[in-house]
Design a protein around this ligand. Structure first.
Ligand code: G1P
Length: 220
């Protein structure tokens, strides 16, 4: 995501002008800022490390393990941003998962007293649990790596104790945020791949290859 003159020169020297343009276009995509989480203390702690970048603005969280494709319509994050604009509240992206998989995710509990909006996709929450046992899960709606959050969550992350797996969990801080601000879940449209899982990684690789003109015939 940065200009690499040495690589550009080498590519130019071997007449690979198309590739030069490709890497230059990537470098021009965005300004990237990053910060390292010095110890693996959990997702909540990782997000807290970015506090100084964010300041007082709402912000998005995208977990790299969750790849979502929604080719013919809005990307998952845009769906969440629109829901944020509508509610002016934090929104977590969810989809239904198999019962036996609820123990891998943050699971939400929709409020029954509050009407669902946006064709049933937008729902207010009254609880969230990180990696519950099947019998304790409040629903089968799992948070799948997309969030739009208000900066208030940082105050809660600062005092958040360890939760599931002995880690500082983002889910636990969002749950506490519910006492102060409304939190919504948005059942986003799109195919989601769990590329942190071996099978999910292979599935994503094959599906993406099948969509590429230069690869699909060989992979089919
Ligand atoms: C994290 C979150 C969890 C969420 C999941 C989505 O878990 O803690 O709430 O459902 O990402 O992929 P991890 O996959 O880091 O264990």
């Amino acid at each position: 995501f940065d200009v690499n003159y040495e690589l550009e020169e080498r590519l130019k020297a071997s007449g690979k002008d198309k590739q030069v343009k490709l890497i230059r276009d990537i470098a021009d995509l965005a300004n990237i800022y990053y910060i390292r989480q010095k110890e693996p203390k959990g997702l909540g702690h990782a997000i807290l490390c970015a506090k100084t970048f964010i300041g007082e603005e709402p912000f998005a969280v995208l977990l790299g393990d969750d790849v979502v494709v929604n080719k013919n319509s809005k990307p998952a994050l845009k769906q969440l941003i629109d829901a944020y604009e509508q509610t002016k509240s934090s929104v977590v992206g969810v989809q239904t998962v198999a019962k036996e998989d609820v123990c891998k995710y943050g699971i939400v509990s929709p409020s029954h007293s509050h009407p669902r909006e946006n064709g049933g996709r937008l729902v207010k929450l009254n609880n969230m649990v990180e990696k519950p046992a099947v019998e304790e899960a409040p629903s089968d709606m799992a948070v799948l790596g997309r969030y739009v959050l208000t900066p208030k969550v940082f105050e809660l992350l600062e005092t958040q104790g360890k939760g599931a797996g002995g880690e500082i969990q983002l889910t636990d801080a969002i749950k506490r945020l519910m006492d102060i601000q409304a939190i919504y879940a948005y059942d986003f449209e799109g195919i989601r791949y769990d590329v942190g899982d071996k099978f999910g990684f292979i599935k994503a690789t094959i599906d993406f290859a099948l969509k590429r003109e230069d690869l699909k015939e060989k992979v089919q």
